[in-house]
Design a protein around this ligand. Structure first.
Ligand code: HEM
Length: 440
């Protein structure tokens, strides 16, 4: 184990040295004219995998055009190379559940379209594996997120939520993202992983550095990607040994004891920590911010919620649909496959745009409206579909539900008072800053 750890550290150190070049070679953001009508762009020239579209929140009319005119769309040239876009709800489900043809394997490129090495085989984890390896590792972690464990976590979540929301300032502008969204998910993540609470800032710092590694503005000022992985390797190797000797109910202990995971090498341990950190942290965090923003954008929904707080339970999945914290997931075709008269060839990169599927009127009534009392609010794609469907979905919903249950009686209105800052990413639909005011 120690030997592997040293090998991995050397490798990460070398990659950190080389990463200056990697950083400056990134030309991912292509300028977008916000006044340009996507209908005027030749269909074959549309490249939705442009982080700038999402930073400016201009993506929806582009996706509408693809859904209507080219539901299986080929982009021959992009910063990431050629790729297919799948944009309709039903088609995304079809690809997501067909893991025999559409592989998640890290050996083929993994599950994200980013150019960062996070999607490569440098840090494999079970989201970037196909059966049977995927199934064995997923099984080891699943009990940590099962209903019995969630019942225990609910009390902890409520305690932490109460502590956070009781201390919010009134009558002054503050940033909702670090104060509420990051703080709550950071505390929960530490509990989930079995990391001492006093180290939760490390998880937040690492998670930010990894999920923003594709954003030149962020990465230049943040700890570099490989440096972060090297720090995580040290930290989790130590904690792994501690949990092996003295296991708790956390996910790291489950991996340390699981028959299929106990002998995991350092790379896989690191990969799975990245998955659980980023999967559990950024997604839930951005749903917390996105929900408050949505309620401010749809004041009639906010008013309805104030009148009937029981609507919180149904509102939570609607927040998760509306925000769609993971914009997209990638697959690689391992066989030729025909869809809507287009031939996807073996080896092609295929992107499922969850954000587009969740706005597809063929599947969701009035998809561009935030409706907190939908008849079937859980019918969305935000958690994916098929064998990789999100393991933390119930935990994420619970955090949001408890938060709103505690916010409503204390603060009937939380006003968004400035422009939100959206991340420059084709994967994370992230809100980096949200200025708010709670009337005093
Ligand atoms: C609103 C919050 C969340 C959203 C939108 C979300 C979304 C997703 C999506 C889209 C996938 C991939 C599904 C696919 O490929 O079909 C996924 C997988 C996963 N998520 Fe989440 N997630 C959230 C919260 C969480 C939380 C709190 C955890 C807990 C740590 C978590 C752990 C995981 C894991 C472990 C996987 C991999 C499952 C597998 O490969 O079998 N997620 N999530």
């Amino acid at each position: 184990m120690t030997e592997h750890s040293e090998d991995l550290q050397d490798h990460l150190h070398n990659r950190a040295q080389a990463s200056q070049q990697w950083k400056s070679s990134r030309r991912l953001r292509i300028p977008v004219d916000p006044d340009l009508d996507p209908g005027d762009i030749p269909l074959e020239s549309i490249n939705v995998a442009n982080p700038e579209l999402f930073r400016q929140q201009l993506q929806y009319p582009y996706f509408q055009r693809l859904r209507d005119e080219a539901p299986v769309h080929y982009c021959a040239e992009s910063q990431y190379g050629p790729y297919w876009s799948i944009t309709r709800f039903e088609d995304i489900m079809a690809v997501d559940k067909n893991h025999q043809v559409f592989s998640s394997s890290y050996e083929l490129g993994g599950v994200t379209i980013t150019s960062t090495p996070s999607s490569s085989n440098e840090i494999p984890n079970f989201i970037t594996m196909d059966p049977p390896d995927h199934s064995a590792q997923r099984k080891a972690v699943a009990p940590g997120l099962a209903p019995r464990r969630l019942a225990v976590l609910q009390e902890l979540i409520r305690e932490r939520v109460t502590d956070i929301v009781d201390n919010l300032p009134r009558g002054e502008t503050f940033d909702w993202v670090p104060r509420v969204s990051v703080e709550l998910t950071g505390r929960m993540l530490a509990t989930l992983l079995g990391v001492p609470q006093e180290d939760r800032h490390l998880l937040i710092q690492w998670s930010n550095a990894i999920s923003n590694a594709d954003d030149p503005a962020y990465a230049d000022s943040a700890a570099n990607f490989y440096q972060t992985l090297a720090e995580m390797t040290d930290y989790f190797s130590d904690l792994w040994q501690t949990r092996k000797a003295d296991p708790g109910e956390d996910l790291l202990s489950m991996l340390a004891l699981g028959p299929d995971t106990a002998e995991m090498d350092q790379k896989q341990l690191l990969g799975n920590m990245v998955l659980l950190m980023v999967g559990g942290n950024d997604t839930t965090r951005n749903s917390i911010s996105g929900g408050l923003l949505a309620l401010n954008q749809f004041p009639e929904a906010y008013e309805k919620l104030r009148r009937d707080p029981d609507l919180v339970a149904g509102m939570v999945p609607e927040i998760i649909r509306w925000q769609t914290p993971l914009i997209s997931m990638r697959r690689t075709a391992v066989a030729d496959f025909e869809m809507h008269n287009q031939l996807i060839r073996k080896g092609d990169m295929v992107i499922m745009w969850y954000l587009s599927g969740n706005r597809d009127p063929r599947a969701i009534e009035h998809p561009d409206q935030f409706i907190i009392d939908r008849a079937r609010p859980r019918e969305h794609l935000s958690f994916g579909y098929g064998i990789h469907r999100c393991l933390g979905n119930r935990l994420a919903e619970m955090q949001l539900r408890v938060l709103w249950e505690e916010l409503l009686p204390r603060y009937p209105k939380i006003e968004v008072v400035g422009e939100p800052v959206h991340a420059s990413s084709t994967v994370f639909h992230a809100i980096q800053s949200l200025p708010v005011n709670i009337p005093g």
